[in-house]
Design a protein around this ligand. Sequence first.
Ligand code: FMN
Length: 199
Amino acid sequence: MEIRAAAPRRLIVAITGATGAIYGIRLLETLRRLGGVESHLLISSAGWLNIQHELQLSKEDVHPLADVVHSVRDVGASIASGSFATDGMVVAPCSMKTLASVAHGFSDNLITRAADVTLKERRRLVLLVRETPFNLAHLRNMTAVTEMGGVIFPPLPAFYNQPASVDEMVDHTVARVLDLFALGPALSRSWTGLRDAQP
Ligand SMILES: Cc1cc2nc3c(=O)[nH]c(=O)nc-3n(C[C@H](O)[C@H](O)[C@H](O)COP(=O)(O)O)c2cc1C
């Protein structure tokens, strides 16, 4: 049997059409800053609408943030196969439509196919689901993904760390998400008790 070198660390990042495109962008920026992880980027058409509307960014701004950019239509791409090793996948933000597709194994594009592969290979899948309020279909779909081993991670801001800006709230969420992949030393500060946290 051929002995191969360890696979490089790789993370798939998908941005779909829920509000909160900044989460996916900040994730890519953080991975780039940390180094050592090959990022594979996917952006749905609705994801692009939100990137342009919320952040006024173009493809020329966003594509260089990733190591590899895939077309959502390219269901023959490397990440469509379980034989291509990755550390997992984050969908940030994740629309209710993409959540529903993942929950039902409906792999109609490369985002939902890559998520399906991540689950079948028992790799980490984290969905930053974003909608409010939730209907029963949303809640059932979140349950189904959880039952399959996925992590439902709504990007809800924390206030215990007394954030001074929206940027700090976003950074905190992104650090917590990346810590789920144990890519290196923890990015988020661990809570050591209320007494330590007093100003
Ligand atoms: C400005 C804007 C904001 C949206 N926000 C949300 C949202 O927060 N959550 C959601 O589930 N869908 C939201 N949608 C609807 C999705 O974009 C739509 O359902 C789309 O089909 C999702 O496709 P995708 O998952 O392939 O990106 C929004 C659409 C627009 C244009």
